[in-house]
Design a protein around this ligand. Structure first.
Ligand SMILES: Nc1ncnc2c1ncn2[C@@H]1O[C@H](COP(=O)(O)OP(=O)(O)OP(=O)(O)O)[C@@H](O)[C@H]1O
Length: 307
């Protein structure tokens, strides 16, 4: 669906994309990287809005340098920053964007109503955008990206400025669009925890270079640790497991024990039973995707996870 070969974009002071080579299959794709990693630059080169310094790109088999118009007809783009006209009503604006994509007047109006319904703004569609909340504005941006029924959506930081509930709602919406409408979606975010939740593959970028591109399932590998939670008696259980010869560490309410053999399970169950404690959880732990990329989690991500 998207192919880049040695894609490089140099600005006078910085190389935003540095020999970036990737093959991306259809699906819900997370494009993750810290601020300034090159995500927006990549999206703009894919759309033909910014010409690469060197290298090649194919989007849906098209070359953005030659076929920019054809690409924009098949790709929807939700930009990162607020770019909405405050004095227009949403229905009018989204209809206008549909007309810009080449739809005739009546079809544009119908598609605009439909797109606004999909993003949950149908009832509010005749209100001026300037009076909308941040979450509603993000939804209008999403509706205009969807309005011409694209094959691919490129969403640049769609949860920007949203509170945790707003982020959840936006992520749920994106997931629905990707899984129910048969549209591929590339979601750009600096919050790994977000893309981990909704994407089926991940492209990680750092300093303009490709860090890793893979299916999410290949990135969430089993880790040899058992997590145990009891409703009460955590301290007592920690002592009991240590006395039984297991290495025990704490992670909040959880006790973590290295999984050395199948007998580790038996020892844990036996210890819990002998202490007569109410076992709440016993599970093998998986790596979080974020652990594969960064030893230091993003503070905003920690805040998201905590919320
Ligand atoms: N038009 C431009 N002129 C000069 N430098 C630019 C321009 N656009 C981006 N850059 C620089 O290129 C690098 C990559 O920027 P880019 O916006 O692609 O990053 P990003 O991963 O999208 O981060 P953010 O989420 O902060 O936008 C940054 O160092 C940025 O300052």
């Amino acid at each position: 669906m998207i192919e880049t070969r040695s894609l490089t974009k140099r600005y006078p002071r910085v190389t935003a994309l540095d020999a970036f080579t990737v093959d991306i299959e259809p699906g819900i794709i997370g494009l993750v990287g810290a601020n300034g990693a090159g995500k927006s630059t990549l999206i703009k080169t894919l759309l033909g809005l910014s010409a690469p310094t060197s290298g090649s790109i194919r989007v849906l088999g098209l070359d953005p340098a030659r076929d920019a118009e054809a690409i924009r007809a098949r790709v929807g783009y939700m930009p990162e920053h607020d770019c909405l006209p405050p004095d227009m009503v949403a229905a009018e604006f989204v209809t206008h964007m549909a007309r810009m994509s080449g739809l005739p007047r009546t079809a544009a109006r119908e598609r605009a109503s439909e797109a606004l319904r999909h993003v949950g703004l149908y009832e509010e569609r005749y209100r001026q955008i300037g009076g909308y909340s941040t979450g509603m504005k993000q939804r209008v941006k999403l509706a205009q990206a969807l309005v011409h029924d694209p094959d691919l959506l490129l969403l640049d930081e769609p949860t920007n400025g949203l509170d945790p509930a707003g982020r959840d709602a936006m992520l749920g919406l994106i997931h629905r669009i990707g899984s129910q409408f048969g549209i591929s979606v590339m979601v750009c975010s600096h919050l790994l925890g977000e893309v981990e939740r909704i994407c089926d593959s991940l492209v990680a970028i750092d300093g303009g270079k490709l860090l890793r591109a893979d299916r999410m399932s290949a990135m969430t590998v089993q880790r040899d640790v058992l997590a145990i939670e009891v409703d009460e008696g955590t301290e007592q259980l920690a002592e009991g497991l240590a006395a039984a010869g297991l290495g025990v560490s704490r992670d909040g309410r959880l006790l973590l024990v290295p999984l050395e053999s199948d007998q580790t399970y038996d020892v844990i169950i036996g210890t819990v039973a002998s202490l007569d404690l109410p076992l709440h959880r016993l599970e093998q732990r998986r790596h979080r995707v974020s652990e594969l990329f960064s030893a230091r989690p993003d503070p905003q991500e920690v805040e998201t996870r905590a919320s």
